[in-house]
Write a new protein. Sequence first.
Length: 339
Amino acid sequence: MDAFALTRSLIDIESVTGREKAVGDFLLATLSDLALRSGGTVERMAVGRDRFNVLATWGSPLIALSTHMDTVPPFFPSSEDSEFIRGRGACDAKGILAAMICAAEQLLVAGVRNFGLLFVVGEEKDSLGALTAAKNSRGTRFLINGEPTQNKLAVGSKGALRYLMTARGRLAHSAYPELGESAIEKLLDALNAVRQAPLPHDSVLGRSTLNIGTVSGGRAPNVIADEAHADLMVRTVGDPQPIRTAFRAAVDGKVEMEEVLYTPALHLEKVPGFETTVVAYTTDIPNFGGAWGKALLIGPGSIHMAHTAEEHIGKKELEDAVVMYARLVQRLLAEPAET
């Protein structure tokens, strides 16, 4: 298969989270053709109405190459020049899908078996694909998860701790502020206090970071606000409890702090001979829950291009990824089973 043509074909199928059916059908057809030629099996793993994962296996799979088929909005189609392929999902993760499929073809031509391809829905939003796959494992020892790492093996990824902060006040005419209580001012004070709270540091993952993602509230310029909200995201590097404690102390009960998401930070598998890195983003790996084996994180492309209007992937990096994935599968297959 041609990795460049396959990447463009995948990009040109719109697959924003929740609308993955068309790209899922394409992957089913592509992998069914490959399986027919090479003695594999392909299945549709139901996730919900019109949503499904795609699993292809050869032999008794000990390793699964896995990434996601959904993208963030907005969709825009593919284009290319001599150096790059562009389009929504070019590096996150349509190029990775193509590289894994082409690597599988190379492995099969070389007579390698006992591996699989697992492509999931929902990574960009609800992770339902990975959560479903976690309940339908196949006894694999390793899961090679594809995300943009510039073809370097990520030895760690930060976690995520998300809060919804709500401040409540009392309505009044803005000409008489003493008769009201501004929720916005309370929210601003709480946000400032949280920004001063100490955040943990890890020797591998670095420091935790805080982002105030959204702020909203109030009714009109001439009304004292009775309610205000903020969404906060901390990129964690270890135990989240010190952050929870510090935030509670910082706001001192003056606003409500609802924890709405927690994804743990991870220290991941290393393989000799592969260049390493650390990433600050979260992945589907925690949602697999170890059901598909020890996790490795590696893929072509830069995360700095993902989710942007300039999303692209280098052709040379994409070609290198095909070789890299095939080499990694062979290396892991050669490892003795743990007793």
